[in-house]
Ligand binder design. Structure first.
Ligand code: AP5
Length: 272
């Protein structure tokens, strides 16, 4: 186990995990239940390191893949807003609110879901951000408005971000990654038909679930998503740079190489 310190933060630890964390993020994916029965397992004390990270980068750059790997190393919970919308989309029609039904349409077209819907959903799940032993936010915030809402939520709870990791990759490589992506319908693990293939075709290595191609990975939706990223999300790079939180990472190479580059930069957080 290596221990590092980071500016404005308590002592932080990188954990060498022998086995992947069994965390199905049920509270994040399903949202709070009225009877309190939807609960994630308690966070073991040795994994409660309070890493609070945001992953930025264009659609398909590899945020979800890195979030899974970082979760195994840091013990923080992988919180993806895209996964919440996709989980909601799988529910029976009558269990979906009108706002959620509208969100599905935005997603299919590749457009951003309105800030008010996204924030309502995140606010309902704020327990996962504030009380769950650290987080890796993937796909949120995506606009300056969302970033301001998150800042207010965290400031009110006297919490600060550890860093904002910005993954950078040329456009042609991004499009190649998106077109070959396959996702597990059960545990949401991410594969690629050639770069990260499952051991058995179309079957998840982790849970045996069926792998599917996302509807918004069709070429016409990909173009819209990349435009939305340029217009609404890329300004967050400067926003977090101004706050002294940005860690730019080149996202070329294998997932393990990118993870190693990320951990190396994070280990130097307190020295920069
Ligand atoms: P979301 O699910 O967040 O999608 P995204 O940001 O578009 O990102 P992706 O999941 O497409 O890509 P990724 O960077 O995670 O890459 P991955 O690791 O999968 O959002 C979807 C939609 O939901 C949005 O368009 C919007 O409509 C809505 N939404 C969600 N949040 C919102 C918000 N906050 N506000 C408004 N709307 C919101 O990797 C891609 C592929 O590459 C995989 O196949 C992977 O195996 C492969 N790969 C990864 N790393 C490597 C590598 N190093 N080498 C080779 N292949 C690799």
């Amino acid at each position: 186990m290596t221990t590092v310190t980071a500016t404005n933060a308590p002592l932080r630890k990188f954990i060498a995990m022998n086995a992947p964390i069994k965390n199905d993020r049920i509270e994040w994916l399903q949202g709070p239940s009225a009877d309190g029965t939807v609960k994630c397992p308690p966070v073991p004390a040795e994994r409660n390191n309070s890493w609070r990270l945001i992953l930025l980068g264009a659609p398909g750059v590899g945020k979800g893949t890195q979030a899974e790997l970082l979760t195994e190393r840091l013990g923080a919970c992988h919180l993806s807003t895209g996964d919440v919308f996709r989980a909601a989309g799988k529910r029976k029609d009558c269990d979906q609110s009108p706002a959620m039904k509208a969100a599905m349409e935005y997603m299919r077209r590749g457009e951003l879901v309105p800030d008010s819907t996204v924030w309502e959903m995140v606010r309902e799940r704020s327990h996962c951000i504030l009380d769950c032993g650290g987080f890796i936010l993937d796909g949120f915030p995506r606009t300056i408005g969302q970033a301001e809402s998150l800042r207010e939520l965290m400031e009110n709870a006297q919490l600060s971000l550890s860093a904002v990791i910005n993954y950078e990759l040329p456009l042609d490589e991004i499009v190649r990654r998106l077109s070959g992506r396959r996702t597990c319908e059960k545990c949401k693990s991410v594969f690629h038909v050639t770069e990260r293939p499952p051991k058995v075709e179309a079957v998840c290595d982790r849970c045996g679930g069926r792998l599917f191609q996302r509807e918004d990975d069709r070429p016409e939706s990909v173009t819209v998503r990349l435009e939305a990223y340029e217009r609404s999300t890329s300004p967050l790079i400067q926003f977090y740079k101004n706050l002294g939180l940005l860690l730019p990472i080149v996202a070329k190479g294998s997932p393990d190489e990118i993870l190693a580059r990320t951990m190396e930069k994070m280990a130097h957080l307190d020295k920069e």
